[in-house]
Design a protein. Structure first.
Length: 478
């Protein structure tokens, strides 16, 4: 028998279901054995006393996505995937965003060109459907789903991206027929526009008013409406970046009715509040402008509770990388533009895993198994990458994180590898960081980034696993 390429010795292996001690034998990029006392590998890694988890799947990241103004995303498919790998993520699922008037296939081709030979870890694409013409819905979208683009996002806000309810219904019914997973950005666009106009007229343009322009009820209303539209069509949906109690209540209500409504949350809703956008009129708070905005400590607690009690399937970063300084990021529209002119989004692809391991697992809020489910396994199932990705099992890709725990790590932007000039979590004291990340058996982080551009491969996605497919035969003529 050929020797193992690598043996990780004495690991405390964590999956979404179990924790057990064993060695991990890796051959040709895959997990070939899980047992104690494996024969020597060509490379030996000592993991005694360390947790080993599946590599993270960050299923909500934006890389090299045009914005429509002078702002430019700071991370492309190289810096974004290097950063991901250094933070323990081995698969990213960024978006291929259709511009209105553009064909979906042209958008997909464009993003494959952007990825080119840059990714250092594996990647798939979600689509963003913004222009649901009959040709897009009835020819392009079914063909792309068949080709491995099995999930897409719909926006209920942002003028350049949003759909009206009628368009959402038409698009959801294609998802139902084709078995795709729909992600919804749930905020009420007209309410935001109305409030923004009034805030600006009153001279309230500072970053902190971004939160005032998008209060929780705006998210609650849109979440409820998204659920109702999905119920009407009888199709599963996933509400992305859920920020607090009122949206969680809608989701729990839908789940308690047996509707297939899934939910994602992100680190910003655990670790930032509206105060992070500033308590005065200084522009610094623009660093934390994202949508939905972070809320308050009571809402943070609701998000923690939701991670604990199963309301959420996914914990993703919504990495949307804009620099603070310079004319191509948060200040693309001037030195201190009003909040509505600031690019929405914060960086987080590198910090997501450590934040949740340190503040979730090590504090006892969630179990190691829940951590794995939330950061990896559920995304693999939801987006059709399981069992190749998202688990530690024989035959799966050897995408692994070996954890360093117990020492204090002060989180600073200087230690990160993204191309953004700040982290919203500067100065946080953590007690965990990945010691090593392996992607298909290759070390891509061991204290230094080791991933080579172009080694990441594109992953066509299958349709979601059966538990995520539709619930009943609908008697409506859909
Ligand atoms: N909100 C989004 O919907 N996308 C990118 C970043 C953000 O804040
Ligand atoms: Zn969104
Ligand atoms: Zn996003």
């Amino acid at each position: 028998m050929q020797p193992f390429d690598t043996v990780i010795r004495n690991a405390c292996v964590v999956t979404a279901a179990d924790i057990f001690n064993c060695d991990i034998g890796i051959r040709s990029g895959r997990i070939a054995a899980l047992a104690t006392d494996l024969p020597a590998g060509l490379t030996e890694i000592d993991a005694a006393g360390r947790h080993v988890t599946p590599g993270g799947i960050d299923s909500h990241v934006h890389l090299d996505q045009p914005t429509g103004d002078a702002s430019v995303m700071a991370d492309d498919f190289y810096s974004g995937t290097v950063s991901a790998a250094c933070g323990g993520t081995t698969t990213v699922i960024p978006f291929a965003c259709q511009q209105k008037g553009q064909s979906l296939q042209a958008a997909v081709d464009d993003y494959h060109r952007r990825a080119g030979s840059k990714p250092v870890i594996d990647y798939a694409f979600h689509l963003i459907v913004t222009d649901p013409t009959p040709d897009v819905l009835h020819r392009e979208l079914p063909a792309l789903i068949e080709d491995g683009y099995t999930s897409f996002k719909i926006y209920m806000t942002y003028d350049a991206l949003k759909m009206g309810d009628r368009e959402i219904l038409e698009t959801l019914s294609v998802a139902r027929r084709e078995g795709a997973m729909v992600m919804l950005h749930a905020e009420n666009s007209d309410c935001i526009a109305w409030l923004t106009e009034r805030l600006l007229a009153a001279g309230h343009g500072a970053p902190r008013y971004h939160a005032s322009s998008r209060p929780m009820l705006i998210e609650r209303e849109a979440t409820h409406r998204a659920i109702a539209l999905a119920e009407l069509v009888d199709v599963p949906i996933l509400i992305v970046h859920v920020s607090g109690r009122e949206a969680v209540e809608q989701i729990r209500w839908a789940q308690s009715k047996g509707l297939k409504v899934f939910a994602e949350t992100c680190p910003q809703y655990l670790f930032l509040t509206a105060d992070s956008l500033g308590c005065d009129d200084s522009f610094e708070g623009a660093k934390c402008i994202c949508s939905p905005p972070p809320r308050d400590p009571a809402n943070q607690q609701v998000i923690w509770d939701g991670l604990e009690n199963g309301s959420f399937e996914l914990f993703s970063s919504d990495h949307a990388p804009f620099r603070y300084e310079g004319r191509d990021g948060k200040k693309a529209n001037g030195d201190s533009p009003t909040f509505d002119e600031v690019a929405n989004g914060i960086p987080g692809v590198e910090t997501r895993m450590a934040l949740l391991w340190s503040e979730g697992v090590r504090t006892g809020r969630i179990t190691p198994q829940s951590f794995v489910a939330l950061t990896s396994t559920n995304a693999a199932k939801m987006y059709g990458l399981y069992p190749r990705k998202g688990s530690i099992a024989i035959g799966a890709d050897a995408d692994l994180v070996i954890w360093n725990e117990g020492q204090r790590v002060e989180l600073t932007n200087q230690m990160l590898h993204h191309n953004v000039d700040y982290t919203p979590y500067e100065g946080m004291q953590l007690t965990a960081w990945p010691a090593m990340t392996l992607s298909r058996g290759d070390v891509v982080w061991d204290g230094e980034p080791r991933g080579v551009a172009g080694r990441g491969t594109f992953l066509p996605c299958a349709r979601p696993v059966p538990a995520q497919t539709r619930r009943r035969q609908n008697e409506l003529p859909l």
